[in-house]
Design a protein around this ligand. Structure first.
Ligand code: GBH
Length: 450
Protein backbone atom coordinates (compact mmCIF):
# COMPACT_ATOMS: atom_id res chain seq x y z
CA UNK A 1 0.00 0.00 0.00
CA UNK A 2 1.17 3.52 -0.77
CA UNK A 3 1.34 4.96 2.74
CA UNK A 4 1.83 8.48 1.55
CA UNK A 5 -1.60 8.72 -0.02
CA UNK A 6 -3.46 6.76 2.64
CA UNK A 7 -6.34 8.85 3.99
CA UNK A 8 -5.55 9.98 7.52
CA UNK A 9 -9.06 9.04 8.69
CA UNK A 10 -11.84 6.75 7.50
CA UNK A 11 -13.94 8.07 4.61
CA UNK A 12 -17.29 6.49 3.79
CA UNK A 13 -16.86 5.35 0.19
CA UNK A 14 -19.98 4.78 -1.88
CA UNK A 15 -21.72 5.14 -5.21
CA UNK A 16 -24.87 7.04 -6.14
CA UNK A 17 -27.89 6.54 -8.38
CA UNK A 18 -31.38 8.05 -8.71
CA UNK A 19 -34.75 6.36 -8.97
CA UNK A 20 -35.86 7.61 -12.39
CA UNK A 21 -32.46 6.91 -13.90
CA UNK A 22 -32.22 3.24 -12.96
CA UNK A 23 -35.48 1.72 -11.73
CA UNK A 24 -37.60 1.38 -14.87
CA UNK A 25 -40.80 -0.52 -14.01
CA UNK A 26 -42.67 2.66 -14.74
CA UNK A 27 -46.07 1.02 -14.49
CA UNK A 28 -45.35 -1.51 -11.76
CA UNK A 29 -47.18 -1.81 -8.46
CA UNK A 30 -49.27 1.34 -8.70
CA UNK A 31 -46.59 3.90 -9.57
CA UNK A 32 -48.10 6.96 -11.25
CA UNK A 33 -46.35 8.93 -14.01
CA UNK A 34 -43.78 11.54 -13.08
CA UNK A 35 -42.89 14.74 -14.93
CA UNK A 36 -39.97 12.99 -16.66
CA UNK A 37 -42.30 10.35 -18.15
CA UNK A 38 -44.33 13.17 -19.69
CA UNK A 39 -41.26 15.15 -20.76
CA UNK A 40 -39.64 12.14 -22.44
CA UNK A 41 -42.84 11.60 -24.41
CA UNK A 42 -42.58 15.07 -25.96
CA UNK A 43 -40.74 14.79 -29.29
CA UNK A 44 -37.34 16.44 -29.35
CA UNK A 45 -36.92 16.76 -25.61
CA UNK A 46 -34.68 13.75 -24.96
CA UNK A 47 -32.05 12.38 -27.34
CA UNK A 48 -33.34 9.46 -29.45
CA UNK A 49 -36.71 9.69 -27.70
CA UNK A 50 -35.29 7.68 -24.80
CA UNK A 51 -37.12 7.45 -21.48
CA UNK A 52 -36.86 5.82 -18.06
CA UNK A 53 -39.67 3.33 -18.70
CA UNK A 54 -37.25 0.39 -18.57
CA UNK A 55 -33.88 1.99 -17.70
CA UNK A 56 -31.67 -0.55 -15.87
CA UNK A 57 -34.74 -2.48 -14.71
CA UNK A 58 -33.28 -2.11 -11.23
CA UNK A 59 -36.76 -2.38 -9.72
CA UNK A 60 -36.79 -6.05 -10.74
CA UNK A 61 -33.05 -6.68 -10.33
CA UNK A 62 -32.48 -4.95 -7.01
CA UNK A 63 -31.09 -7.96 -5.15
CA UNK A 64 -28.55 -8.81 -7.82
CA UNK A 65 -27.52 -5.14 -8.02
CA UNK A 66 -26.96 -4.96 -4.26
CA UNK A 67 -24.96 -8.18 -4.45
CA UNK A 68 -22.79 -6.53 -7.10
CA UNK A 69 -22.26 -3.49 -4.84
CA UNK A 70 -21.17 -5.82 -2.06
CA UNK A 71 -18.78 -7.62 -4.41
CA UNK A 72 -17.30 -4.23 -5.33
CA UNK A 73 -16.76 -3.52 -1.65
CA UNK A 74 -18.96 -0.40 -1.49
CA UNK A 75 -19.45 0.83 2.05
CA UNK A 76 -22.45 3.03 1.26
CA UNK A 77 -25.06 3.43 -1.43
CA UNK A 78 -26.93 6.62 -2.24
CA UNK A 79 -30.32 6.02 -3.87
CA UNK A 80 -33.45 8.12 -4.23
CA UNK A 81 -37.08 7.36 -3.44
CA UNK A 82 -39.62 7.76 -6.23
CA UNK A 83 -42.39 9.99 -4.91
CA UNK A 84 -44.97 8.63 -7.44
CA UNK A 85 -44.42 5.10 -6.15
CA UNK A 86 -45.21 6.12 -2.57
CA UNK A 87 -47.94 8.71 -3.21
CA UNK A 88 -49.33 8.09 -6.71
CA UNK A 89 -51.71 11.03 -6.22
CA UNK A 90 -48.93 13.27 -4.96
CA UNK A 91 -50.48 13.25 -1.50
CA UNK A 92 -53.27 11.48 0.35
CA UNK A 93 -53.28 7.71 0.42
CA UNK A 94 -49.82 6.03 0.44
CA UNK A 95 -49.20 3.02 -1.77
CA UNK A 96 -47.85 0.15 0.36
CA UNK A 97 -46.33 -1.65 -2.62
CA UNK A 98 -44.19 1.37 -3.41
CA UNK A 99 -42.88 1.58 0.13
CA UNK A 100 -42.29 -2.16 0.13
CA UNK A 101 -39.66 -1.85 -2.61
CA UNK A 102 -37.57 0.58 -0.54
CA UNK A 103 -38.07 -1.51 2.60
CA UNK A 104 -36.62 -4.48 0.75
CA UNK A 105 -33.81 -2.39 -0.71
CA UNK A 106 -32.79 -1.03 2.69
CA UNK A 107 -32.92 -4.48 4.30
CA UNK A 108 -30.91 -5.99 1.48
CA UNK A 109 -28.24 -3.27 1.74
CA UNK A 110 -27.94 -3.74 5.48
CA UNK A 111 -27.73 -7.51 5.08
CA UNK A 112 -24.72 -6.92 2.84
CA UNK A 113 -23.13 -4.43 5.25
CA UNK A 114 -23.78 -1.41 3.01
CA UNK A 115 -25.00 1.85 4.58
CA UNK A 116 -28.12 3.21 2.89
CA UNK A 117 -27.99 6.97 2.15
CA UNK A 118 -31.39 8.04 0.92
CA UNK A 119 -32.39 11.03 -1.21
CA UNK A 120 -36.00 12.11 -0.86
CA UNK A 121 -36.27 14.06 -4.10
CA UNK A 122 -34.21 13.48 -7.22
CA UNK A 123 -36.53 15.16 -9.74
CA UNK A 124 -39.30 12.58 -10.34
CA UNK A 125 -42.20 14.79 -9.27
CA UNK A 126 -45.61 13.14 -9.66
CA UNK A 127 -47.12 14.47 -12.89
CA UNK A 128 -50.40 15.11 -11.04
CA UNK A 129 -48.65 17.83 -9.03
CA UNK A 130 -47.57 19.58 -12.20
CA UNK A 131 -51.16 19.47 -13.36
CA UNK A 132 -52.63 20.53 -10.03
CA UNK A 133 -50.21 23.26 -8.92
CA UNK A 134 -47.80 23.88 -11.78
CA UNK A 135 -45.21 21.82 -9.90
CA UNK A 136 -42.52 23.94 -8.24
CA UNK A 137 -44.35 27.13 -9.24
CA UNK A 138 -46.42 26.60 -6.12
CA UNK A 139 -45.46 26.48 -2.45
CA UNK A 140 -47.98 23.63 -2.15
CA UNK A 141 -45.46 21.37 -3.89
CA UNK A 142 -42.83 22.32 -1.31
CA UNK A 143 -45.25 21.50 1.51
CA UNK A 144 -46.19 18.17 -0.04
CA UNK A 145 -42.52 17.24 -0.40
CA UNK A 146 -42.40 17.70 3.37
CA UNK A 147 -45.37 15.37 3.84
CA UNK A 148 -43.89 12.74 1.53
CA UNK A 149 -40.44 12.97 3.18
CA UNK A 150 -41.96 12.75 6.65
CA UNK A 151 -43.87 9.62 5.70
CA UNK A 152 -40.82 7.95 4.18
CA UNK A 153 -38.67 8.91 7.19
CA UNK A 154 -41.24 7.48 9.56
CA UNK A 155 -41.12 4.12 7.79
CA UNK A 156 -37.47 3.81 6.78
CA UNK A 157 -35.40 5.87 9.20
CA UNK A 158 -35.40 3.21 11.86
CA UNK A 159 -32.72 1.75 9.55
CA UNK A 160 -31.62 4.61 7.29
CA UNK A 161 -29.31 6.95 9.20
CA UNK A 162 -28.37 9.47 6.52
CA UNK A 163 -30.84 11.35 4.39
CA UNK A 164 -30.54 13.95 1.66
CA UNK A 165 -33.63 16.15 1.41
CA UNK A 166 -33.20 17.14 -2.24
CA UNK A 167 -30.77 16.67 -5.09
CA UNK A 168 -29.62 19.82 -6.88
CA UNK A 169 -32.22 22.54 -6.40
CA UNK A 170 -30.50 24.40 -9.23
CA UNK A 171 -31.41 21.64 -11.68
CA UNK A 172 -35.01 21.01 -10.74
CA UNK A 173 -35.77 24.74 -10.60
CA UNK A 174 -33.42 26.84 -12.78
CA UNK A 175 -32.78 24.24 -15.51
CA UNK A 176 -36.40 23.15 -15.44
CA UNK A 177 -38.45 26.36 -15.11
CA UNK A 178 -36.14 29.17 -16.21
CA UNK A 179 -33.94 27.60 -18.88
CA UNK A 180 -36.47 25.00 -20.00
CA UNK A 181 -34.00 22.18 -20.74
CA UNK A 182 -35.15 19.69 -18.12
CA UNK A 183 -38.66 18.55 -17.18
CA UNK A 184 -41.14 20.19 -17.26
CA UNK A 185 -39.28 22.31 -19.81
CA UNK A 186 -40.72 25.73 -18.96
CA UNK A 187 -39.14 29.10 -19.68
CA UNK A 188 -40.86 31.34 -17.16
CA UNK A 189 -40.50 35.09 -16.78
CA UNK A 190 -38.02 36.34 -14.20
CA UNK A 191 -40.40 36.85 -11.30
CA UNK A 192 -41.94 33.38 -11.58
CA UNK A 193 -38.58 31.72 -12.15
CA UNK A 194 -37.21 33.39 -9.01
CA UNK A 195 -40.25 32.14 -7.14
CA UNK A 196 -39.69 28.57 -8.36
CA UNK A 197 -36.13 28.59 -7.03
CA UNK A 198 -37.33 29.93 -3.70
CA UNK A 199 -39.98 27.20 -3.60
CA UNK A 200 -37.30 24.59 -4.27
CA UNK A 201 -35.33 25.87 -1.27
CA UNK A 202 -38.54 25.81 0.73
CA UNK A 203 -39.09 22.17 -0.30
CA UNK A 204 -35.73 21.39 1.27
CA UNK A 205 -36.82 23.27 4.41
CA UNK A 206 -40.11 21.42 4.77
CA UNK A 207 -38.43 18.08 4.11
CA UNK A 208 -35.70 18.78 6.69
CA UNK A 209 -38.27 19.61 9.35
CA UNK A 210 -40.51 16.66 8.51
CA UNK A 211 -37.66 14.12 8.51
CA UNK A 212 -36.47 15.41 11.91
CA UNK A 213 -39.98 15.16 13.34
CA UNK A 214 -40.85 11.76 11.92
CA UNK A 215 -37.66 9.70 11.97
CA UNK A 216 -38.07 7.07 14.70
CA UNK A 217 -34.37 7.22 15.59
CA UNK A 218 -31.36 9.44 15.23
CA UNK A 219 -30.77 10.50 11.66
CA UNK A 220 -28.36 12.84 9.91
CA UNK A 221 -29.96 15.12 7.33
CA UNK A 222 -28.49 17.29 4.62
CA UNK A 223 -28.93 18.45 1.04
CA UNK A 224 -26.73 18.04 -2.00
CA UNK A 225 -26.22 20.68 -4.65
CA UNK A 226 -24.22 21.10 -7.84
CA UNK A 227 -22.85 24.27 -6.40
CA UNK A 228 -20.88 26.46 -8.82
CA UNK A 229 -17.30 26.19 -7.56
CA UNK A 230 -14.68 28.68 -8.71
CA UNK A 231 -11.09 27.73 -8.22
CA UNK A 232 -8.31 30.30 -8.19
CA UNK A 233 -6.47 30.55 -11.48
CA UNK A 234 -3.43 29.79 -9.37
CA UNK A 235 -3.01 29.58 -5.64
CA UNK A 236 -1.87 32.99 -4.44
CA UNK A 237 -3.79 34.88 -1.75
CA UNK A 238 -5.34 37.42 -4.12
CA UNK A 239 -6.65 34.78 -6.54
CA UNK A 240 -7.88 32.62 -3.67
CA UNK A 241 -9.83 35.59 -2.36
CA UNK A 242 -11.20 36.20 -5.86
CA UNK A 243 -12.33 32.56 -6.16
CA UNK A 244 -14.06 32.82 -2.80
CA UNK A 245 -15.96 35.94 -3.83
CA UNK A 246 -16.90 34.45 -7.20
CA UNK A 247 -18.19 31.27 -5.54
CA UNK A 248 -20.28 33.13 -3.00
CA UNK A 249 -21.77 35.38 -5.68
CA UNK A 250 -22.57 32.50 -8.06
CA UNK A 251 -24.60 30.65 -5.44
CA UNK A 252 -26.64 33.66 -4.33
CA UNK A 253 -30.06 32.02 -4.59
CA UNK A 254 -29.45 28.49 -3.29
CA UNK A 255 -26.49 27.39 -1.13
CA UNK A 256 -25.81 30.87 0.18
CA UNK A 257 -29.46 31.11 1.23
CA UNK A 258 -29.59 27.62 2.79
CA UNK A 259 -26.42 28.38 4.75
CA UNK A 260 -27.42 31.86 5.94
CA UNK A 261 -31.21 31.70 6.14
CA UNK A 262 -31.58 35.02 4.34
CA UNK A 263 -31.21 36.47 0.86
CA UNK A 264 -28.32 38.75 0.12
CA UNK A 265 -29.89 42.25 0.23
CA UNK A 266 -28.03 43.05 -3.00
CA UNK A 267 -29.94 40.23 -4.75
CA UNK A 268 -33.31 41.49 -3.50
CA UNK A 269 -32.45 45.04 -4.53
CA UNK A 270 -31.30 43.91 -7.95
CA UNK A 271 -34.48 41.91 -8.59
CA UNK A 272 -36.80 44.62 -7.23
CA UNK A 273 -40.40 43.69 -8.11
CA UNK A 274 -39.14 40.38 -9.56
CA UNK A 275 -37.81 39.18 -6.19
CA UNK A 276 -39.50 36.03 -4.84
CA UNK A 277 -42.31 36.27 -2.27
CA UNK A 278 -41.30 34.85 1.09
CA UNK A 279 -41.77 35.34 4.80
CA UNK A 280 -39.72 34.91 7.98
CA UNK A 281 -41.17 31.55 8.82
CA UNK A 282 -40.12 30.17 5.44
CA UNK A 283 -36.64 31.58 5.80
CA UNK A 284 -36.35 29.87 9.16
CA UNK A 285 -37.18 26.51 7.57
CA UNK A 286 -34.78 27.11 4.69
CA UNK A 287 -31.95 28.17 6.96
CA UNK A 288 -32.42 25.49 9.62
CA UNK A 289 -29.11 23.79 10.45
CA UNK A 290 -28.25 20.63 8.51
CA UNK A 291 -26.09 17.77 9.74
CA UNK A 292 -24.10 17.61 6.53
CA UNK A 293 -23.78 19.50 3.27
CA UNK A 294 -23.38 17.70 -0.04
CA UNK A 295 -21.47 18.81 -3.08
CA UNK A 296 -22.07 17.38 -6.56
CA UNK A 297 -19.22 18.51 -8.73
CA UNK A 298 -18.79 18.24 -12.51
CA UNK A 299 -17.91 21.57 -14.09
CA UNK A 300 -14.58 23.34 -13.77
CA UNK A 301 -14.63 27.11 -13.30
CA UNK A 302 -11.79 29.56 -12.77
CA UNK A 303 -11.62 33.05 -11.26
CA UNK A 304 -8.83 35.56 -10.84
CA UNK A 305 -8.38 38.82 -8.95
CA UNK A 306 -9.41 41.90 -10.90
CA UNK A 307 -9.31 45.61 -10.45
CA UNK A 308 -13.08 46.11 -10.58
CA UNK A 309 -15.81 46.70 -7.98
CA UNK A 310 -16.34 42.93 -7.50
CA UNK A 311 -12.64 42.27 -7.01
CA UNK A 312 -12.66 39.23 -9.30
CA UNK A 313 -13.44 38.08 -12.80
CA UNK A 314 -14.19 34.69 -14.29
CA UNK A 315 -11.59 33.16 -16.57
CA UNK A 316 -13.37 31.08 -19.21
CA UNK A 317 -12.06 27.66 -20.16
CA UNK A 318 -10.90 27.43 -23.77
CA UNK A 319 -12.82 25.68 -26.56
CA UNK A 320 -10.34 22.83 -26.51
CA UNK A 321 -10.14 22.60 -22.72
CA UNK A 322 -10.06 18.86 -21.90
CA UNK A 323 -13.55 17.43 -21.44
CA UNK A 324 -15.13 14.06 -21.16
CA UNK A 325 -18.05 12.65 -23.14
CA UNK A 326 -20.45 15.42 -22.05
CA UNK A 327 -19.49 19.09 -22.36
CA UNK A 328 -20.24 19.90 -18.73
CA UNK A 329 -17.69 17.52 -17.23
CA UNK A 330 -14.21 18.94 -17.58
CA UNK A 331 -10.86 17.79 -16.31
CA UNK A 332 -10.20 19.66 -13.09
CA UNK A 333 -7.68 18.21 -10.71
CA UNK A 334 -8.25 21.00 -8.14
CA UNK A 335 -12.00 21.58 -8.33
CA UNK A 336 -13.10 19.09 -5.70
CA UNK A 337 -10.55 20.42 -3.20
CA UNK A 338 -11.78 23.97 -3.73
CA UNK A 339 -15.39 22.87 -3.46
CA UNK A 340 -14.76 21.33 -0.06
CA UNK A 341 -12.68 24.29 1.10
CA UNK A 342 -15.25 26.87 -0.02
CA UNK A 343 -18.03 24.92 1.71
CA UNK A 344 -16.10 25.19 4.97
CA UNK A 345 -14.70 28.69 4.61
CA UNK A 346 -17.65 30.46 2.99
CA UNK A 347 -20.54 28.70 4.66
CA UNK A 348 -19.09 27.08 7.76
CA UNK A 349 -20.06 23.50 6.94
CA UNK A 350 -18.34 21.07 9.31
CA UNK A 351 -19.53 17.85 7.77
CA UNK A 352 -19.13 17.71 4.01
CA UNK A 353 -19.95 14.86 1.70
CA UNK A 354 -19.35 14.52 -2.01
CA UNK A 355 -22.87 13.63 -3.14
CA UNK A 356 -21.72 13.03 -6.71
CA UNK A 357 -18.46 13.05 -8.61
CA UNK A 358 -17.96 11.17 -11.83
CA UNK A 359 -17.74 11.34 -15.56
CA UNK A 360 -19.30 10.20 -18.84
CA UNK A 361 -16.98 8.24 -21.12
CA UNK A 362 -17.40 6.62 -24.51
CA UNK A 363 -17.14 3.11 -23.11
CA UNK A 364 -16.88 -0.01 -25.25
CA UNK A 365 -16.66 -3.64 -24.36
CA UNK A 366 -13.70 -5.40 -25.94
CA UNK A 367 -13.76 -8.90 -27.40
CA UNK A 368 -12.68 -10.30 -24.04
CA UNK A 369 -15.76 -8.77 -22.45
CA UNK A 370 -13.84 -6.07 -20.58
CA UNK A 371 -14.50 -2.33 -20.42
CA UNK A 372 -11.12 -0.68 -19.97
CA UNK A 373 -12.17 2.88 -19.12
CA UNK A 374 -8.74 4.32 -18.47
CA UNK A 375 -10.20 7.84 -18.84
CA UNK A 376 -12.72 7.41 -16.01
CA UNK A 377 -10.07 5.66 -13.90
CA UNK A 378 -7.71 8.60 -14.40
CA UNK A 379 -10.49 11.03 -13.51
CA UNK A 380 -11.44 9.19 -10.34
CA UNK A 381 -7.83 9.03 -9.25
CA UNK A 382 -7.39 12.74 -9.74
CA UNK A 383 -10.51 13.53 -7.70
CA UNK A 384 -9.37 11.18 -4.92
CA UNK A 385 -6.02 12.99 -4.83
CA UNK A 386 -7.98 16.18 -4.45
CA UNK A 387 -10.06 14.70 -1.65
CA UNK A 388 -6.86 13.50 -0.02
CA UNK A 389 -5.44 17.00 -0.10
CA UNK A 390 -8.60 18.43 1.47
CA UNK A 391 -8.61 15.87 4.28
CA UNK A 392 -4.87 16.24 4.87
CA UNK A 393 -5.32 19.99 5.31
CA UNK A 394 -8.07 19.35 7.84
CA UNK A 395 -11.16 20.14 5.77
CA UNK A 396 -14.12 18.08 6.96
CA UNK A 397 -14.81 15.61 4.13
CA UNK A 398 -16.46 12.47 5.47
CA UNK A 399 -18.14 10.60 2.63
CA UNK A 400 -17.66 10.28 -1.12
CA UNK A 401 -20.25 9.01 -3.59
CA UNK A 402 -19.10 8.30 -7.12
CA UNK A 403 -21.66 9.09 -9.79
CA UNK A 404 -22.63 6.55 -10.80
CA UNK A 405 -22.81 2.94 -9.72
CA UNK A 406 -23.94 1.88 -13.19
CA UNK A 407 -24.69 3.35 -16.61
CA UNK A 408 -28.19 4.76 -16.61
CA UNK A 409 -30.73 7.15 -18.11
CA UNK A 410 -28.75 10.39 -18.36
CA UNK A 411 -31.73 12.79 -18.54
CA UNK A 412 -31.75 14.80 -21.80
CA UNK A 413 -28.91 12.66 -23.17
CA UNK A 414 -30.91 9.47 -22.68
CA UNK A 415 -28.80 6.30 -22.81
CA UNK A 416 -26.19 7.85 -25.10
CA UNK A 417 -23.97 8.87 -22.19
CA UNK A 418 -22.47 6.39 -19.76
CA UNK A 419 -21.51 7.50 -16.24
CA UNK A 420 -21.26 4.10 -14.54
CA UNK A 421 -18.45 2.17 -12.93
CA UNK A 422 -20.56 -0.77 -14.05
CA UNK A 423 -21.36 -1.20 -17.74
CA UNK A 424 -24.98 -1.94 -18.59
CA UNK A 425 -25.92 -3.77 -21.76
CA UNK A 426 -29.41 -2.35 -22.31
CA UNK A 427 -30.45 -5.25 -24.56
CA UNK A 428 -29.66 -8.02 -22.10
CA UNK A 429 -29.48 -5.95 -18.87
CA UNK A 430 -26.18 -7.64 -18.20
CA UNK A 431 -23.86 -5.78 -15.79
CA UNK A 432 -20.06 -5.73 -16.16
CA UNK A 433 -17.74 -4.02 -13.72
CA UNK A 434 -15.46 -1.66 -15.64
CA UNK A 435 -11.77 -1.08 -14.96
CA UNK A 436 -12.74 2.04 -12.95
CA UNK A 437 -15.00 -0.09 -10.74
CA UNK A 438 -12.14 -2.48 -10.02
CA UNK A 439 -9.90 0.48 -9.29
CA UNK A 440 -12.47 1.90 -6.89
CA UNK A 441 -12.74 -1.42 -5.02
CA UNK A 442 -9.03 -1.26 -4.32
CA UNK A 443 -9.19 2.37 -3.20
CA UNK A 444 -11.99 1.49 -0.80
CA UNK A 445 -10.18 -1.55 0.58
CA UNK A 446 -7.03 0.47 1.32
CA UNK A 447 -8.70 3.83 2.13
CA UNK A 448 -5.91 5.29 0.02
CA UNK A 449 -5.37 6.87 -3.38
CA UNK A 450 -3.78 4.12 -5.43
C1 GBH B 1 -26.27 15.50 -11.82
O1 GBH B 1 -26.61 16.67 -12.47
C2 GBH B 1 -27.50 14.74 -11.43
O2 GBH B 1 -27.74 14.77 -10.05
C3 GBH B 1 -27.49 13.32 -11.91
O3 GBH B 1 -28.80 12.82 -11.85
C4 GBH B 1 -26.89 13.25 -13.27
O4 GBH B 1 -27.01 12.00 -13.88
C5 GBH B 1 -25.45 13.62 -13.15
O5 GBH B 1 -25.31 14.87 -12.56
C6 GBH B 1 -24.68 13.64 -14.46
O6 GBH B 1 -25.19 14.63 -15.29
O7 GBH B 1 -28.93 20.31 -21.35
O8 GBH B 1 -26.62 20.31 -21.99
O9 GBH B 1 -27.52 22.18 -20.71
C7 GBH B 1 -25.51 17.45 -12.91
C8 GBH B 1 -25.89 18.77 -13.51
C9 GBH B 1 -27.49 19.73 -14.89
C10 GBH B 1 -25.65 18.63 -15.87
C11 GBH B 1 -28.20 19.74 -16.21
C12 GBH B 1 -26.36 18.64 -17.21
C13 GBH B 1 -28.00 19.86 -18.51
C14 GBH B 1 -27.04 19.89 -19.64
N1 GBH B 1 -26.57 18.62 -14.77
N2 GBH B 1 -27.25 19.78 -17.28
S1 GBH B 1 -27.60 20.73 -21.01
Amino acid sequence: MNQFYAFPKPITWGAATASYQIEGAAHADGRSPCIWDAFCAQPGRVLNGDSGIIACDHYHRMEEDVKLMADMGLQAYRFSVAWPRIFPDGDGRPNPKGLDFYNRLVDCLLRHGIEPWMTMYHWDLPQVLLERFGGWQSKETAKLLGDFAGYVAQHLCDRVKNVFTVNEIFCFTEYSYRLGVQAPGLVLPRKQANQVTHNGCLGHGYALQAIRQNAPSDVKIGFTENTAIYQPIWETPEHIEAARKATKAANYNIVDVLANGFYDPAFLAREGADAPEFNDEEMKLIGAPVDFAGLNIYDCLYAEAADNPEGYRMVPTTEAYPKFDVPFVKVGPQKLYWGIRHYKELWGYDNIVIGESGVACDDHMNTDGEVLDTDRTMYLRSTFMDAHRAVSEGYPLNAFFVWSLMDNFEWVYGYSKRFGMVYVNYTTQERTVKLSGKYYSNVIRENAVL
